[in-house]
Design a binder for this molecule. Structure first.
Ligand SMILES: Cc1ncc(C[n+]2csc(CCOP(=O)(O)OP(=O)(O)O)c2C)c(N)n1
Ligand code: SF4
Ligand SMILES: [Mg+2]
Length: 343
């Protein structure tokens, strides 16, 4: 095996594979699965140190298709965030990956999603957003734009929920939007999201080829290939490869992460979006909302100083499963000490 075929752990890409997908041929969700595998391989993630969580939906089936060695928990519909929060609090050293759908997140799971963002659970949260409930045969979801038409002629009557806008306003420190067909952007975003300590949202438009892929659908492949406006080209450079680079004002931007890694951004037109500027992030989201002819993708907002849940709660460093008898049963003296603190 050549060096290029193995990563820092000496593992090959096949070591990050899972079961064979049973999704429809051409489904955007399968592209995201490949991107997760690619990102975990290149970042040298230990497969045994991954916990994969999901809810219910075609999207929520996909953790079965990557990193077979990881722990997997398929929760009930819309309840993935609390399961992921529990796993992450029990062992903060796990890489916690959550995969959800637009129905699983923006309808039944909206409350759970908001609270995981607000608490800043240390996890990567990928929404595989196709604008419909694929698994239950294509009903419009809450992220579908008002007025859009889907196969069969149905027109959506209700205004959409923009999960990125919700996340920014709830204080999320890492908010990105992408397209499943843009593997380069997705892999860089997933690698940066894994590195981020705190809740990292990637709202990834992922076409449902069976129920929502009309040529004029803003969730369809043809439309997205033509109307995806990238805010910048995204790259991720891990701490062990990081080096000083010359930045060209207005053309390139280096966004440093606390551990020494960085996200490199390059302009694709005359200006470059700076994700560390919250007002600029809000302007992008507003432009996205008003401009029905385009979808804006890239790293929308990044705040390296967001405090993750385990720090807020002063949780212990040691995984709960490794606590020994003396730590679990501290004895009479320790309890007396605790009671004393309340008198
Ligand atoms: C409590 C409950 N209500 C409703 C359902 C039916 N149901 C299963 S999946 C789903 C929506 C899935 O949509 P989404 O999360 O967008 O995933 P997709 O299939 O589009 O990837 C619904 C409503 C359910 N399984 N459980
Ligand atoms: S129904 Fe749609 S979302 Fe579900 S597997 Fe098929 S193409 Fe994908
Ligand atoms: Mg969906």
């Amino acid at each position: 095996m050549s060096e290029a075929d193995s990563n820092a752990l000496g593992l090959a890409k096949k070591d990050y594979a899972g079961a064979k997908s049973t999704l429809c041929l051409g489904c955007g969700h399968d592209q995201i699965t490949r991107e997760i595998i690619e990102a975990a391989f290149h970042s040298g993630v230990d497969p045994f140190n991954v916990v994969k969580t999901s809810g219910i939906g075609c999207s929520s089936k996909t953790p079965a298709y990557f990193i077979a060695q990881g722990y997997g928990i398929n929760s009930v519909h819309g309840r993935m965030p609390s399961v992921a929060t529990g796993a992450n609090c029990a062992n903060r050293h796990l890489v916690t990956l959550g995969v959800s759908g637009d129905g699983d997140t923006a309808s039944i799971g909206m409350g759970q999603f908001c609270h995981a963002v607000r608490r800043n659970t240390d996890m990567v949260y990928i929404v595989e957003n196709n604008g419909v409930y694929g698994l239950t045969k294509g009903q419009f979801s809450a992220t579908s734009e008002k007025g859009v038409r889907k196969k069969g002629g149905d027109v959506n009557e209700f205004a959409e929920i923009d999960l990125c806008a919700v996340a920014v306003e709830l204080g999320c420190g890492f908010v990105a939007r992408s397209f499943s067909g843009d593997a380069k952007q997705m892999v860089a975003l997933i690698r940066a999201a894994i590195q981020h300590e705190g809740f990292a949202l990637i709202d990834c438009i992922s076409p449902c080829v069976t129920f929502n892929n009309l040529s004029d659908s803003p969730r369809g492949f043809d439309w997205l290939r033509e109307h995806n406006l990238k805010l910048h080209e995204v790259g991720f450079v891990p701490e062990y490869e990081a080096q000083s680079v010359d930045q060209i004002p207005g053309k390139t931007l280096r966004v440093d992460m606390p551990d020494g890694s960085y996200i490199s951004l390059s302009a694709l037109d005359e200006s470059i979006h700076d994700p560390t500027d919250i007002q600029a992030a809000r302007r992008v989201l507003e432009r996205d909302r008003l401009d029905k002819g385009h979808v804006y993708t890239g790293l929308i907002y990044y705040n390296p100083k967001s405090e993750p849940l385990h720090e807020v709660l002063h949780l212990g460093d040691k995984p709960l499963s490794l606590l020994d008898e003396s730590e679990l049963r501290p004895g009479r003296q320790a309890f007396d000490g605790i009671l004393q603190a309340y008198t």
